[in-house]
Each structure stands twice: as structure tokens, then as C-alpha cells.
Design a protein around this ligand. Structure first.
Ligand SMILES: Cc1cc2nc3c(=O)[nH]c(=O)nc-3n(C[C@H](O)[C@H](O)[C@H](O)COP(=O)(O)O)c2cc1C
Length: 202
């Protein structure tokens, strides 16, 4: 069984989402020692943003030599995603949504006829067989009854994107209120790590 582990925080060893995503992978590894894990750090090795030149190639235009490496990288991350049975993602909230590094990765995996298709005007997700577990970390609180709820575009966005490609029930482990106080941070991390211990084995 293959697990793809993705991190996207820019905060390196200080990152909460990295700590929680690592704990998720450790927990699944412990429960299933045969798990084949691939790690991708989108901060260390960022993907380029899509450009008109990329889209032209997707429409059949010849690829300029300077685009070759990037096209190969995009193809590689798509194949890596398609091959995974389980995908674990560290997803911090930056300016109310995902980091640009994670968006650049999503732009490479939402590909027509690979992860979704349209038929008869309706979208069909093609990646439905995967288990996706997302470690979210947010500075504030965005619950439905909070004044900030309307600004939540991290979890809601990821739920929509994965639903769009057929993964309708991603498992979310959230550490919230990280920036409220050191005590809030400690409590949020402890609570997220406790939730990790309840995850079902791979
Ligand atoms: C550039 C930047 C932007 C941030 N924007 C928000 C935000 O819009 N809302 C929020 O609640 N927290 C925000 N935060 C706080 C982070 O969500 C919080 O520190 C979280 O732990 C980040 O995850 P990480 O530690 O894995 O990087 C921001 C932090 C940074 C560094």
C-alpha cells in the first residue's frame, strides 16, 4: 500500500501542520509496517505556477525547451498522486486559505480526464478510491458560530477540491487557535496529536 505525504508550511521546524502530518504518517506506519511512503516537501521543492505556456502545451502546442523540466515535474506529481492509496497533507492557513505552494500542487493534480471528467454537463471525480487525511493548522478560530467563519477558505476549499475529484470524505485533523497564546498553541497541538491516535490503521 502506498502513502504520499505532502507538507506545505513555510515554517520548517516551527510548523504545526508539519508536526501533525508527521504524527499521522508515523501512526499509520506503526499500524501497517509494510506501508510504502513517499515524501514531498512543497516548500523545499516548490512547483512553478501554471502559465499560459503550460496551458498551450496541454492543448497540444509544442513544449518550449525551457518548459520541459517543469512539465516533467508536473507529470511526476500527478503520477505520484494517482499511484497513492493514502494521501496525508499538512495544510496551514495563510491569509485565510492554503499556501501558494499547495495551490501550485493542486493545479497539477486537478487534470481533466485524469482526476475528473465532465459527462453530460455533470462532473465526475475519478480519484475516489483514495483515503485523504489533512492536518490543518490555523492561527484563529473559524467554527460555524464564530465571527470569522465567513473567512474560512482553507478547510472548506480543500473539502471542495477533493470532493470535486471524487474524494468526498477527507479526514481532517485541525489545530486551531495557534496564534491566540502559547497555552492555546500547546492545547491545540496536544488535541490534534490525540486525534491522530484515533485514526484507523491503513
Ligand atoms: C504568512 C502567514 C499568514 C497567516 N494567515 C493567517 C490567517 O489568515 N488566519 C489565521 O487564522 N492564521 C493565520 N496565520 C497563522 C497560521 O495559520 C498558524 O501559525 C499555523 O500554525 C500555520 O501552520 P504552520 O505552523 O504549519 O505553518 C498565518 C501565518 C503566516 C505565517
Amino acid at each position: 500500500m502506498k502513502l504520499l505525504h505532502i507538507d506545505s508550511s513555510v515554517l520548517g521546524p516551527h510548523s504545526v501542520s508539519r508536526q501533525v502530518s508527521a504524527a499521522i504518517v508515523a501512526r499509520l506506519r506503526e499500524a501497517s509496517p509494510g506501508l510504502e511512503v513517499t515524501y514531498r516537501d512543497l516548500d523545499d521543492s516548490p512547483l512553478a505556477h501554471l502559465s499560459g505556456a503550460h496551458l498551450a502545451v496541454a492543448q497540444g502546442a509544442p513544449a518550449a525547451p525551457e518548459l520541459q523540466d517543469d512539465l516533467a515535474a508536473g507529470q511526476h506529481v500527478l503520477e505520484e498522486f494517482l499511484a497513492a492509496d493514502i494521501v496525508v497533507i499538512g495544510a496551514p492557513m495563510y491569509n485565510f486559505t492554503i499556501p501558494t505552494q499547495l495551490k501550485a500542487w493542486i493545479d497539477r493534480i486537478l487534470v481533466a480526464r485524469k482526476t475528473f471528467s465532465y459527462s453530460g454537463g455533470a462532473v465526475q471525480g475519478l480519484a475516489g478510491g483514495k483515503r485523504v487525511i489533512i492536518a490543518i493548522s490555523r492561527g484563529g478560530f473559524y467554527g460555524p458560530d464564530t465571527p470569522m467563519a465567513v473567512g474560512e477558505h482553507l478547510e472548506s476549499y480543500l473539502r471542495f477540491v477533493f470532493g470535486f475529484i471524487g474524494i468526498t470524505a477527507p479526514e481532517i485533523i485541525a489545530a486551531d487557535g495557534i496564534k491566540f497564546s502559547p497555552e492555546h498553541r500547546e492545547k491545540a497541538i496536544a488535541s490534534a496529536l490525540a486525534a491522530v491516535t484515533t485514526l484507523q490503521a491503513a
